[in-house]
Design a protein around this ligand. Structure first.
Ligand code: TPP
Ligand code: MG
Length: 354
């Protein structure tokens, strides 16, 4: 393959982590098997949710920009295992997976895709601006690198308030070309802020391959130069992602300052619904699809004897029913009335007078 992570190899790291030994299947599933089933359910939900979005987009039920996360699900789901409610999450425009993994209900995400008032951003944001302050999910940011300074600010605010919280910031490899990444990395390290930088290195920033844009493609090494712990992770393996995120967050909660994880991953679909995707060699895309994080986990579970065809079918049905419900609810939800057009655009007149 032409392009490479770290400029050395063309796929995710070859050495597979040995699978955990699992106990018998139902009724007495081991905690490890139960956890794996939950990881699989969450990744399947993201995958099927987005596949439904493609259909709805083709039917013009969903409009505007839509950037699919398909292929990268292990990153959002694995990292979220290590976060809890008190932590903050900042994401990019490719954030459906992060929002669902954060626990924003599929109905609220789907309604937002439809631009309906029941959406998590009240229909004002759409696909790129999912937001949920109650769950400390601060976007959904359309500007490349735009979430990074926001993450540092959230982490600083939490620290000033004496809260033991972590801010997790997801961003793409493309943000390495933005000053915001370098400024934020420097300040976070200098001030010891609890920011977990999760770089989703899918090798492309729109149609530009990482190696065409950067002289040094080892992003973890570059991040480490700011004086923070940084390492690369197989982003197609949800167990590897979870383990790395847990390690980083445990250390951050103990006060060790920011950490950087370079998640080596790949998007299976085009950059956005408008992109004809002519810049990636077909064999490269096919090569990465052989490391599909969803089928990879399911296959591992099958081999370990903790997943059979019936259990997988059940899971698919559950997920499909959840998405059907979300679509129905979004279709039936009201549009925002035209007279509310200026709401939230300017301050409330009564507040200005006070
Ligand atoms: C500051 C800024 N410059 C350019 C763009 C246009 N743009 C949108 S997505 C994108 C590529 C970003 O790639 P990456 O950060 O690797 O994320 P990915 O799409 O691969 O998840 C660009 C250049 C933008 N949104 N913001
Ligand atoms: Mg990218």
């Amino acid at each position: 393959m032409a392009t490479a992570h770290g400029g050395t190899s063309a796929g995710p790291p070859k050495a597979k982590r040995p699978r955990r030994a699992h106990g018998p299947t139902t009724p007495s599933r081991t905690p490890a098997a139960t956890h794996d089933l939950d990881l699989l359910r969450q990744m399947l939900l993201i995958r099927r949710f987005e596949e439904r979005c493609v259909e709805l987009y083709s039917a013009a039920a969903i409009r505007g920009f839509v950037h699919l996360y398909i292929g990268e699900e292990a990153v959002a789901v694995g990292v979220h295992q290590a976060l809890d409610e008190r932590d903050a999450v900042v994401s990019t425009y490719r954030e459906h997976g992060h929002a669902l993994a954060r626990g924003i209900p599929p109905e609220a995400v789907m309604a937002e895709m439809y631009g309906k008032t029941t959406g998590c951003s009240h229909g004002r944001g759409g696909s790129m601006h999912l937001f949920d302050a109650d769950r400390r999910f601060y976007g959904g940011n359309a500007i490349v690198g735009g979430g990074l300074p926001l993450a540092a600010g959230l982490a600083l605010a939490d620290r000033l308030r004496g809260e033991s919280r972590v801010t997790c910031c997801f961003f793409g490899d493309g943000a390495f070309a933005e000053g915001e990444f370098h400024e934020t990395a420097n300040l976070a390290a200098l001030w010891g802020l609890p920011v977990l930088f999760v770089c989703e290195n899918n090798l492309y920033a729109m149609g530009t391959a990482l190696a065409r844009e950067h002289a040094q493609t080892d992003l973890a090494m570059r991040a480490a130069s700011y004086g923070m712990a940084a390492w690369a992770v197989d982003g197609m393996d949800v167990h590897a992602v979870e383990k790395a995120a847990r390690g980083a967050i445990e250390s951050m909660r103990a006060g060790s300052g920011p950490h950087f994880l370079e998640m080596r991953t790949y998007r299976f679909r085009a950059h956005s619904m408008y992109d004809p995707d002519r810049y990636r060699p077909k064999d490269e895309v096919e090569g990465w699809k052989r490391h599909d994080p969803v089928t990879g986990l399911a296959d591992g579970m099958r081999t370990a004897g903790v997943l059979d065809a019936a259990a997988l079918d059940d899971l698919e049905h559950q997920v499909s029913a959840e998405i059907d419900h979300a679509v129905r609810a979004a279709e039936q939800a009201p549009e925002e009335p035209a007279e509310d057009l200026l709401l939230h655009v300017t301050g409330r007149p009564e507040e200005a007078e006070a």
